[in-house]
Design a protein around this ligand. Structure first.
Ligand code: G6Q
Length: 553
């Protein structure tokens, strides 16, 4: 526990007292009330004005956001006043901007090219990053080409990643996203939940002699991961006749904690390290991505890192007015703080991005779900919206009704690709037509008059009318490949950074997850041991008693 006072720069003015903030409040009353129908009618150049192409052909059309040139300029002015570029520079050079944990925030160093220099406490960390990447590459190649064998001499066919939160969501998302690039005779699974069902179902068809477990845990103390890792070890030893020597051929670890790794019985020669300046939710491109590298191979993993790095460079160097992550962050600020949106739907039109929204939920909500500023005062403005979504077109037949005609304002990010990995018939045209149609319908709606002109009875027309004016951004990329995935994730990482900077919060800690963990530790023995003393509230006490009774205690 840190007791030292953090070294901070001067205290920033309260966000809501800044003139730039007040200007936006004014604009919300005027420009914020305009309808997208009129904004498009009044400006034939609107689409071009509010679109930007970033690295790798990543094209972002935000003309269907409810902004005007004045709003856009005011948002840029806010970003400048809040020092987004300066704070980004501080992150990239390794300043300890995670002040509550006194750590640098250097996930960008994970994808820095060999030969770059980034100093942490006077040490260039880039060679360390590449040393681990090289070890991962050698190991991955050995497993992929069958040189690395299990205890009984068989090659590995099943990879089981054991980890949770930041040690699970990124790799699990990336495995799905990059499935067409994977070695299909290696089956990769992800066990995260402490619910034994997760382990049981994911290992059901695995042959222990051909299974490799990657225990992924930065701290190597996380309850769920340690419970699953212990269960995995028992499962393996049971399957291989109890010889403890088998562990060395079937377990590797990804961690920052060598001591705990070796106490678990994993040879630290089979441990891949990372560093305290990599936050869990920013770690999928560190050794935490070992399962990704095993699946797609070292060369494609490096392609992914290149994609990340391209977006890093774009964020670091592009002027604000054409800086994709900064613009995305600012649009979110406009929607949340000035138009009153409380959620953000992220809707990828690509089945391979099935888990992308779940991944983003952690990235955004764990980073910016905060109510205390860097100066340790309470915010008096909204921060992170709830992020949710799933791939289209499925959602269209489920929750889109609310986005079109419900009462909350739900800004949407649509993500689509020009080419499919499965070019069958005209499926891709059908898919892309749908995403474009949704954005169009949400922006322009259908007036009562139009509905009536189509012949709807007067009593029915209000039900069939669409207000429109629902803000969306459409991201259109050439094709989903490892580099494109890297760019997309870095886009959201830096968007989160931009917003955290403006809200003046620490996007890099997560104290909010602590209390529940502590209370769980207290309750664990109370569920199975001697009758607990009634130290909880009456509700918790009642539920414990009921559970114990159901278990025959
Ligand atoms: C991420 C969080 C959290 C973390 C998990 C797993 O930013 O810190 O999701 O990744 O709690 O932690 P370990 O990797 O230490 O097991």
């Amino acid at each position: 526990m840190t007791t030292m006072q953090p070294h901070t720069t001067e205290i920033a003015p309260r966000l809501d007292t800044r003139p730039e903030w007040k200007a936006l409040q004014q604009l919300a009353q005027t420009d914020g009330a305009l309808h997208l129908r009129d904004l498009f009618k009044g400006d034939s150049g609107r689409a071009a004005r509010f679109s930007t192409e970033g690295p790798g052909g990543l094209f972002m059309d935000y003309s269907k956001q409810r902004i005007t040139p004045s709003v856009f300029d005011a948002l840029l002015a806010l970003a400048r006043a809040c020092g987004v570029a300066q704070r980004a520079a501080a992150m990239f050079r390794g300043d300890k901007i995670n002040i509550t944990e006194q750590r640098a925030v250097l996930h960008t160093a994970l994808r820095a090219p060999r030969g770059a220099t980034i100093l942490v406490d006077g040490r260039n960390i880039v060679p360390d990053v590449h040393e681990v990447l090289d070890r991962m590459a050698a190991f991955s190649s050995a497993v992929r080409d069958g040189q690395w064998r299990g205890h009984t001499g068989k090659p590995i066919r099943y990879i089981v990643n054991i980890g949770i939160g930041g040690s699970d969501l990124g790799p699990a998302m990336a495995y799905d996203a990059l499935l067409p690039f994977t070695k299909r005779d290696l089956s990769v699974r992800f066990v995260s939940n402490v619910d034994a069902t997760d382990f049981a179902e994911k290992t059901r068809d695995c042959d222990p002699a051909q299974t490799l477990f990657i225990v992924c845990s930065k701290t190597f103390t996380t309850l769920e991961t340690m419970a699953n890792a212990n269960t995995a070890r028992e499962w393996l030893l049971r399957g291989l006749g109890g010889d403890a020597a088998a562990v060395a051929r079937h377990f590797v670890a990804v961690s920052t904690n060598a001591e705990k790794v070796s106490a678990f019985g994993i040879d630290t020669a089979n441990m891949f390290g990372f560093w305290d300046w990599v936050g869990g939710r920013y770690s999928m491109d560190s050794a935490i991505g070992l399962s990704t590298m095993l699946a797609i191979g070292p060369d494609l993993f490096r392609d992914m890192l290149r994609g990340f790095h391209e977006m890093d460079e774009h964020f670091r160097t592009a002027p604000l007015e054409s800086n994709l992550p900064a613009i995305m962050g600012l649009l979110g600020i406009w929607n949340v703080n000035f138009l009153g949106a409380q959620t953000l739907a992220v809707l990828p039109y690509d089945q391979y991005l099935d888990r992308f929204s779940a991944y983003l939920q952690q990235l955004e909500m764990e980073s910016n779900g905060k109510h205390v500023t860097l100066d340790a005062t309470r915010v008096s403005w909204s921060t992170c919206p709830a992020v949710w979504g799933q791939p289209g077109t499925n959602g269209q037949h489920a929750f889109y009704q609310m986005i079109h005609q419900g009462t909350p304002l739900v800004p949407c990010d649509f993500i689509a690709f020009c080419a499919s990995h499965n070019p069958i018939g005209n499926h891709q045209d059908l898919l892309v037509a749908n995403v474009l149609a949704q954005a169009e319908a949400l922006a322009f709606g259908k007036s009562l008059q139009e509905v009536e002109q189509e012949g709807s009875a007067a009593w029915l027309a209000p039900h069939r009318q669409f207000d429109g004016n629902r803000p969306t951004t459409t991201i259109l990329c050439p094709k989903l490949d490892p580099a494109a995935l890297g760019r997309l994730i870095a886009l959201y990482e830096h968007k989160v950074f931009t917003q955290g900077t403006i809200w003046n919060i620490n996007s890099f800690d997560q104290w909010g997850v602590e209390l529940g963990k502590v209370l769980a530790q207290r309750i664990i023995p109370e569920l199975s041991g001697a009758t607990p003393k009634p130290t909880h509230d009456s509700s918790t006490q009642q539920l414990i008693a009921r559970y114990r009774a159901a278990r025959g205690l």
